[in-house]
Design a protein around this ligand. Structure first.
Ligand code: SF4
Ligand code: SF4
Length: 353
């Protein structure tokens, strides 16, 4: 019979488990500290007898961010983001197995790409089994930035979260002090996003276990899917783009985004498959890749770095794609010349008819 360590002892072990594996921060929530939270904070959805959950953050490599935003190097950040996501899910899996073997039924919640199939709109509602973000802010892993991303003093928003839900009764950890949150509402995350996913003036409030948290209200996920998924990539002003070579327009309304996504997806499937990339249950055919993520990558803890990154992003031109899928940033004028010179069969891979 395995002897169960005491509550504080196993809590310390669990936190050290993920820190030793590379986490920059970890925290614990319980059903009590999450009481009153949104549906995606219901731990019993994942483990019926859940008594706690541990959430942790892995850092993304800062060195890859500016070359990515400046459209000089797409793949280094892409690989880092994908691999860090997989690593976080793997650490969560190992921790769940560790706790299971000590006698506490536990389940890992993957870092990303896991959604509740029974939601009214199925997987496309993108309702996660558990929202790592909520658990992270409630347990002191980070604060909410205006963007709604989780931010930390040592990583900015450039981090990946994962969680383990368990029957072990771990001791909860407190939120970070709100007065130390570096988010000064600078608005650069919104300036770096042209999908309109984050509302410019309205805020969302969430109360969990008697503590209130707020961030910019989110419009439909379809907006971020359309731009961050690479189905469209040109800023409406035409002067800069994401890493997507698509020139499908940015609609005004939610319905417009749904329609645009259906059309742009057909063109997406005709383009060369992403190098590397990753599979998502939201995409029936083919693979996804990171083409945006600007709201997260802009948000460095130092405001001067944020401003520098925003400038790099918005002055680095427009991405075009060659016949083998090779991408490069060129001036907006050159990008138009390039598209105009393509035979119409190829041009419709990037522009609507
Ligand atoms: S970019 Fe500025 S406003 Fe947005 S979350 Fe970061 S600090 Fe806050
Ligand atoms: S990932 Fe891109 S499209 Fe999505 S919210 Fe952030 S900046 Fe906007």
């Amino acid at each position: 019979m395995v002897q169960r360590p005491m509550n504080d002892e196993i809590t310390a072990k669990v936190l050290d488990f993920v820190r030793a594996a590379g986490a920059v921060a970890a925290g614990v929530c319980t059903p009590e500290t999450l009481r009153g939270g949104p549906p995606s904070t219901d731990l019993s959805y994942v483990v019926p007898g859940a008594r706690s959950a541990v959430t942790f953050a892995l850092p993304l490599k800062q060195d890859h961010i500016e070359p990515y935003l400046g459209k000089r190097d797409h793949q280094s950040h892409n690989r880092d983001n994908r691999d860090t996501t997989n690593l976080a899910s793997g650490i969560a899996f190992q921790l769940a197995k560790y706790l299971d073997q000590l006698g506490w039924p536990s389940r890992a919640v993957a870092a990303n790409n896991v959604y509740r199939p029974e939601a009214p709109g199925g997987l496309h509602d993108e309702l996660p089994d558990i929202s790592h973000r909520y658990l992270a802010v409630r347990s002191g892993v980070g604060w909410f930035g205006l963007s709604g991303n989780v931010i930390r003093p040592d990583t900015g928003a450039a981090l990946v979260l994962a969680s383990v839900v368990t029957e072990a009764e771990l001791a909860p950890t407190p939120p970070l002090a709100p007065e130390e949150n570096y988010c000064d509402q600078c608005g650069m995350c919104l300036a770096a996003c042209f999908s309109g996913f984050m509302h410019e003036s309205q805020r969302t409030s969430v109360t969990m276990g008697g503590r209130e948290f707020s961030y910019s209200q989110r419009r439909g996920h379809v907006r971020c899917d359309y731009v961050c998924g690479g189905f469209a990539g040109l800023h409406p002003g035409g002067q800069w783009s994401t890493w997507s070579p698509s020139r499908y327009p940015i609609p005004d309304s939610e319905v417009g985004f749904q329609q645009a996504l259906r059309l742009a997806a057909k063109a997406y499937y005709r383009r060369p498959a992403p190098a590397g990339g990753f599979y998502s249950p939201l995409l029936k055919h083919g693979k996804l890749e990171f083409t945006c993520g600007h709201c997260m990558l802009i948000c460095h803890q130092d405001k001067q770095v944020r401003a520098k990154r925003l400038k790099i992003l918005t002055t680095s031109g427009v991405v075009i794609e060659g016949p083998e899928g090779a991408r490069q940033a060129v001036s907006p004028e050159k990008a138009l010349e390039h598209l105009s010179a393509l035979p119409s069969q190829l041009r419709t891979m990037y522009l609507p008819d």
